[in-house]
Write a protein that binds this ligand. Structure first.
Ligand code: ADP
Length: 267
């Protein structure tokens, strides 16, 4: 029963979420159709002059932007919907960072420099690689939005041992953790924004640009993986998001023949 209730609640929040996303999505499609009409007009002109072609090019840029935002929205919705069916595996966080590096750089644009500093001594974690990519992508999108005139985004990994007893400062048990730290040189956040940043639907971005689900999704993934997350921000100077994920003592990828669950996977 508890499972069913939980499922019902999830479907309800997913429904609310889908409603909100559908609304934003529809606005974006409206924008795209509008600009398309301008472009068609230019294409139908016999010999468009230079000014007409320039304006058509600008319209195409607007179309691209709107389409990219729409893609971002559906990705967030899918990430939220998929959250429960995480497929944890033993993974090396550095590999994930390396795998998405190109995608991140493309997301950030050419005015933001992406720097990575990966520790080779970090331990393996047990997590869904797609979800870890999602975390990095969401954090990068936020960093990009906080650096409209460019800047630096740095991603660092490190190994951390939390001592037992009080005062580690982190709300997770003592033990070995893998830390990933994402730092931008952007606008930063006031304490009031930091306090609400993980709340679903909390956003300071203009309508159509923010869903308020980026950090809520990140938070959900991190907590589900047994980790924790912290924000340190200096308004006017930048923000650091630290994600701590417990090091696993499981071994990577058991051979399928020895794994009785293997036959149930991928269905
Ligand atoms: P969204 O990006 O859709 O607004 P998020 O949950 O990802 O939703 O972020 C919530 C809010 O937290 C943002 O609207 C912004 O005000 C703030 N924020 C998040 N990341 C950063 C950052 N790196 N720098 C400055 N502000 C940030």
């Amino acid at each position: 029963l508890e499972r069913q209730l939980h499922q019902a609640q999830r479907l309800e929040s997913l429904g609310q979420l889908a409603g909100g996303v559908a609304h934003d999505f529809n606005n974006l499609l409206g924008v795209i159709l509008n600009y398309l009409a301008f472009v068609e007009e230019v294409l139908e002109t016999e010999e468009p002059d230079r000014a007409a072609r320039d304006s058509a090019r600008a319209d195409v840029t607007q179309i691209r932007r709107a389409a990219e935002r729409a893609t971002g929205l559906t990705h967030q919705l899918l990430a939220f919907a998929r959250r429960e069916v995480a497929r944890p595996r033993v993974i090396d966080l550095n590999h994930i960072v390396e795998d998405v590096r190109q995608l991140l750089q493309r997301t950030l644009g050419e005015h933001i420099t992406l720097m990575t500093s990966l520790s080779r001594t970090i331990g393996p974690i047990l997590a869904d690689p797609g979800q870890i990519e999602q975390i990095l992508l969401n954090l990068a999108v936020n960093a990009r939005d906080a650096m409209p005139t460019g800047g630096v985004l740095s991603i660092e990994t490190d190994d951390v041992t939390l001592p037992s007893g009080h005062g580690s400062g982190w709300d997770v048990p003592a033990g070995a953790y893998t830390l990933v730290r994402v730092t931008d040189s952007g606008t930063g956040m006031t304490q009031a924004i930091v306090d609400r940043a993980f709340e679903p639907f909390f956003t300071t971005k203009p309508k159509g640009q923010g869903t308020g689900l980026g950090l809520a999704t990140v938070y959900g993934i991190v907590v589900q993986a047994g980790g924790t997350i912290a924000i340190n921000s200096d308004p006017g100077h930048g923000t650091t998001i630290s994600v701590m994920l417990p090091v696993t003592d499981q071994r990577p990828e058991p051979a399928p023949a020895c794994d009785p669950m293997a036959a149930n996977r991928g269905t």
